[in-house]
Design a protein around this ligand. Structure first.
Ligand code: CTP
Ligand code: CA
Length: 223
């Protein structure tokens, strides 16, 4: 019912969102992932849809239902997420990167399950850096308005400010991770060129609606 009364602040806009963790294979039965639940990104997808946007959600492996009216594309690895997002980015006016993308992947995933050889020797896993999806979208000429997330364990505001400049995006949303992973509540810090504004602790859907309203206002004044 609340959704019905949401003002359609994003009517006519297309919003692309990444959410959840990524999974980086070591071999066919093992891999590296992280504790992101995807809840914040899915809540933003729902809130953007309620606000009248056409929403595409590129999701890593999560156990969450697809918000009503949202187009969902499931991926596993950071490379797959990158390859799904980049061709879609130009067709969207807004890109919100909430995914906890793995920074590194095993350099070469083994084709077969790695077996213990009985000697007590452990396998050496070398890593390769994954593409930075947000930075790649932010570099696209005429690309969407980009919103990044930053989960930091300490010095949230400083790291969020630095990240905003490094990624070349107008807005970074900071939250204190890993405390927020999997939780229903969150606290957000909006960091832009002018400074910082906190959205007080609330459930993720309430915060998602506040963030969507904030982004809509930014788009309105930018247009
Ligand atoms: N991000 C991305 N692709 C990556 C890494 C991060 O799109 N390969 C996005 C995230 O979705 C988030 C933002 O970039 O919106 C910041 O991610 P974060 O992990 O906090 O920043 P990093 O630049 O990876 O720095 P670090 O992990 O060292 O703090
Ligand atoms: Ca990272």
């Amino acid at each position: 019912l609340i959704a019905f009364f949401q003002p359609k602040l994003l009517a006519g806009r297309r919003v692309l969102i990444t959410a959840g963790p990524t999974f980086e294979a070591i071999d066919p039965v093992r891999g590296i992932t992280n504790l992101s639940s995807g809840k914040m990104g899915f809540a933003i997808a729902r809130a953007a849809r309620e606000a009248g946007a056409e929403v595409t959600l590129v999701a890593g492996p999560v156990h969450l239902p697809t918000p009503r009216g949202v187009r969902r594309i499931d991926v596993q690895s950071a490379q797959q997420m990158h390859d799904a997002v980049l061709p879609l980015a130009a067709q969207h006016g807004v890109f919100i990167a909430t995914a906890a993308v793995a920074d590194w992947r095993p350099a070469a995933a083994a084709g077969e399950k790695i077996k213990k050889d009985g000697s007590g020797q452990v396998p050496a896993i070398g890593f390769t850096e994954n593409p930075d999806i947000l930075a790649a979208v932010a570099r696209l000429p005429g690309g969407p308005y980009c919103v990044g997330f930053a989960a930091e364990s300490h010095d949230l505001a400083r790291h969020a400010r630095e990240k905003r400049l490094r990624k070349g995006v107008p807005l970074i949303v900071g939250n204190v991770g890993p405390a927020t992973f999997g939780k229903d509540d969150n606290t957000l810090l909006l960091v832009d060129a002018d400074g910082e504004r906190a959205l007080p602790t609330a459930d993720k859907l309430t915060l998602a609606r506040a963030l969507v309203a904030d982004i809509a206002q930014r788009l309105g004044t930018a247009a």
